[in-house]
Design a protein around this ligand. Structure first.
Ligand code: C5P
Length: 315
């Protein structure tokens, strides 16, 4: 991420993520689930624009980037139901500043998809507003604020493009994936609610292991990647969503490297052998009328001082 001196405002590109591995270790007393998950940020971005508001107000306007995204989504929540405004108020109250800001969010990442769009927007808000308002806060302080907003939010502050996340997802151990993975992501017309998918989850044994996956992702052998991908929420999502089941059945017929659900769904992704294959697979799903189909790649590690996930540009 490149930080420029402040002018009138900032534009932030907030990426989506996929879960390459998600193991549920158990249910906690606070109702959350203890996780071991490998998350990777990808080059599919929401766009957040932040400008100072001399009146001291905090305001947000949101729009979907395409009519298709608007059709398949619930209306974007306004007010404090929106994580972006919650993040802005949290930072403002924590810092004691009375400064205001006008925020505009252009959403390209579908919601209710397990792609972390809302969480990434919230992290982008914390980073950009702390710059705009010149708040002197450490990464650890920002991470604490992020964790109050949602389990996935701290990941988007991490200094590499990927991280192993533990606890309820908020304990971050950044790692670098050895190569950029070409992906196709398919989000059916219907989304899934994260709490509903967690409620449906039933424990099941799996032989997949995270260290083996990390080794496999570094190499060229294809079998071990497929054997060590894991998403413990997938069976629950499949039982709730015929659309996801259909995408999975279709993926099984294609010669992709591996495929699985991202997070709590309903987005489902394939790791492809090349970008060319990813484009062919995307064309295949588009022909079959899938609602949202995206070719993307995992992001590499970047500027450790700022995190690669959030790209800030002066406007
Ligand atoms: O933390 P966040 O607000 O994103 O979580 C949304 C919901 O997902 C929680 O209310 C909970 O039902 C479920 N969840 C969980 N265990 C986690 C993360 C989320 O049960 N580790």
């Amino acid at each position: 991420m490149q930080i420029q001196p402040l002018a009138d405002g900032l534009q932030v590109f907030a990426p989506a993520k996929v879960n390459l591995f998600l193991r549920i270790l158990g249910r906690r007393a606070d109702g959350y689930h203890e996780l071991e998950t490998l998350m990777a940020a990808i080059d599919w971005f929401d766009q957040l624009t932040i400008e100072p508001d001399p009146s001291g107000e905090l305001s947000l306007t949101c729009a979907w980037a395409t009519p298709q995204l608007a059709r398949i989504s619930e209306p974007i929540p306004g007010g404090l139901d929106n994580l972006v405004l919650r993040a802005a108020w949290l930072l403002r109250n924590w810092s004691g500043t009375r400064l205001g800001a006008r925020l505009r969010l252009l959403k390209r990442i579908p919601a209710a998809a397990g792609l972390g769009g809302g969480s990434s927007d919230a992290a982008a808000t914390l980073v950009a507003l702390s710059r705009l308002w010149r708040i002197d806060c450490s990464r650890a302080e920002l991470e604490q604020l992020a964790a109050q907003l949602g389990s996935d939010v701290p990941f988007f502050l991490a200094p590499q493009g990927a991280a192993v996340c533990r606890g309820r997802g908020e304990v971050i151990e950044p790692c670098v994936l050895p190569r950029r993975l070409p992906l196709v992501i398919v989000r059916p017309a219907t989304g899934l609610s994260t709490p509903a998918v967690y409620r449906q989850y039933r424990a099941a044994a799996s032989e997949a292991e995270l260290p083996q996956l990390l080794t496999a992702l570094a190499g060229v052998a294809t079998g071990p990647v497929a054997h060590n991908l894991l998403n413990d929420l997938q069976a629950a999502a499949l039982s709730l969503s015929p659309d996801v089941s259909q995408i999975r059945a279709e993926m099984n017929r294609l010669p992709v490297l591996a495929h699985q659900l991202s997070g709590s769904g309903s987005a489902y992704f394939a790791i492809c052998r090349s970008l060319e294959q990813a484009r062919r697979v995307a064309g295949h799903f588009r022909q079959r009328g899938a609602a949202v189909v995206q070719v993307a790649q995992t992001l590499n590690g970047g500027d450790a001082a700022n995190g690669p996930h959030l790209e800030l540009r002066r406007i």
